[in-house]
Design a protein. Structure first.
Ligand code: NAD
Length: 437
């Protein structure tokens, strides 16, 4: 394998993982960010996101001299002798006006580096971007000697290093076959199936995959609601469905709705992409609507469990919330369904105290819930405990002790995480999602 000279722009979940993993594969990598304090911390080997294995890879990369961090995209290219052969764009593409992806960061980086790019180099878009962005990026660069490649990233937060180094597939798309093959060769050691295609198809793979996952989750949430009406049990239903290899067992757990930094913005962006192509994507719209409705449905379940009535008032109730992050295993709160449900519970008049193993009590920016550092403190004097994130450690809490701390022994388990028998033995009334009894 040839060791390449690589610049990675953006050191968030995707960029830092990409940089550290490519360095571990033997490449020389310089990572850049606009956040000066973050760059300073990374230069000292301090990683401020919760990703197993990432601090170790960053330390090893720094020690080997194959990985370094600089402020600003231009410095990343200047730092490499003879410039970068490959420049990865890993900057945010948040939801913009009307649900469209905001490509401001991508375009500003391209504008910054275009005159520094060495001949025969490749600009790789790893950020999730709408179809047509590679073409637009090439127009902005406006250099026949520089190729643009789409190489979407599929890693899951909380398992980013594992997923990067053990990918299900690598997708690379470009008008330049040679540039696409050069980018694919960076991952050659990983032995993953590789899809070489045009840029538009590569860009669409990412949106289509994320929208499919969102659709699967919305579908299971809808089936779990139907289970409640029909007296069926969603755990048995999904187990029975999941043995079918065409369906599989993953993304089959009902919950308070999907969220996180990707699915909400990517489903909206895909709707915009479809609209622009004059395609009415009804299935996707229903997927999003089902998710929005799911959040309110969670509040209704809490209301019923606490007041005994569908229209009962949550005013002057105190609710203990277990889990705030958008899923277990991460410290990411962006677009967390747990926080969305908290905001609705708050609007309904409840006072909220929350605990999350990854969120310290002094974490800024949490308005709807008072965060504490101890689950037993979150349970003190509450009218109900509500499970919103599927952290496995909640299963092994001492539920008998919790029963002595709460005001009323009610658990609303919106992740179907806990064992109802253990809870009932401890004296709790337990409600799950789509579960019998
Ligand atoms: P992030 O917010 O964690 O990190 C982005 C980083 O880019 C930040 O550190 C920010 O300071 C930096 N940045 C912003 N503008 C910059 C600029 N002009 N120059 C240099 N640095 C800049 O974002 P993320 O979660 O890593 O996502 C990045 C992209 O990857 C998005 O398009 C996202 O949709 C996509 N993606 C994310 C995931 C995920 O699980 N997080 C998975 C696959 C794809």
């Amino acid at each position: 394998m040839f060791a390449r000279r690589i610049a990675v722009i953006g050191t968030g979940y995707v960029g830092l993982t990409t940089g550290a993993c490519l360095a571990s594969l033997g490449h020389r990598v310089v990572c850049a960010d606009v956040d000066e304090a973050k760059v300073a911390r990374l230069c000292r080997g301090e990683v401020d996101i919760l990703e197993p294995g990432l601090p170790e890879l960053v330390s090893a990369g720094l020690a080997s001299g194959r990985l370094s961090f600089v402020l600003g995209a231009r410095s990343a290219i200047a730092e490499l002798d003879d410039g970068a052969e490959v420049v990865f764009l890993c900057v945010p593409t948040p939801m913009g006006v009307g649900g469209m992806a905001d490509l401001g960061a991508v375009e500003s980086v391209v504008d910054e580096v275009r005159d520094l790019l060495r001949p025969n180099s490749v600009v790789v878009n790893k950020s999730t971007v709408p179809v047509g962005t590679a073409e637009r990026t090439a127009e902005l660069i406006d250099r026949p000697d520089v190729a643009v490649v789409s190489n979407p990233e599929f890693l899951r937060e909380g398992a980013a290093v594992h997923d990067f180094l053990n990918p299900d597939r690598i997708v690379v798309g470009s008008v330049s076959q040679d540039a696409a093959e050069r980018v694919a060769s960076l991952y050659a050691r990983l032995g993953a199936p590789t899809v070489l295609t045009d840029a538009a198809s590569a860009e669409l793979v990412k949106y289509a995959a994320n929208c499919f996952l969102a659709m699967k989750l919305s579908y299971i949430n809808a089936v779990s609601e139907l289970c409640e009406r029909l007296g069926a049990d969603i755990s048995d239903v999904t187990e029975g469905m999941g043995y079918d290899r065409r369906i599989g067992q993953s993304s089959m757990s009902p919950g308070p709705g999907w969220g996180g930094s990707c699915l909400p913005k990517d489903t909206q962006a895909m709707l915009q992409v479809a609209d622009a192509a004059d395609f009415e994507f009804r299935l996707l719209r229903a997927t999003i609507d089902t998710n929005t409705r799911q959040r309110q449905r969670m509040v209704d379940k809490v209301r019923l469990a606490v007041t005994g009535q569908r229209t009962g008032s949550l005013s002057h109730t105190r609710i203990g919330v277990l889990g705030l992050t958008f899923k277990a295993g991460t410290d990411d709160l962006r677009d967390s369904p747990a926080l969305a449900v908290c905001a609705l519970l708050r609007q309904a008049g409840a006072e909220l105290v929350g605990y999350d193993p990854a969120i310290p009590s002094d974490r800024p920016g949490l308005d709807s819930v008072v965060v504490v550092d101890d689950p037993y403190l979150a349970a003190k004097d509450v009218d109900a405990l509500v499970v919103l994130t599927e952290w496995p450690q909640f299963r092994t809490l001492d539920w008998s002790t919790l029963a002595g701390v709460v005001r009323r022994p009610i658990v609303v388990d919106l992740r179907n995480l806990l064992d109802p028998d253990i809870l009932r033995r401890a004296g709790f009334a337990w409600t799950g999602l789509g579960r019998r009894g």
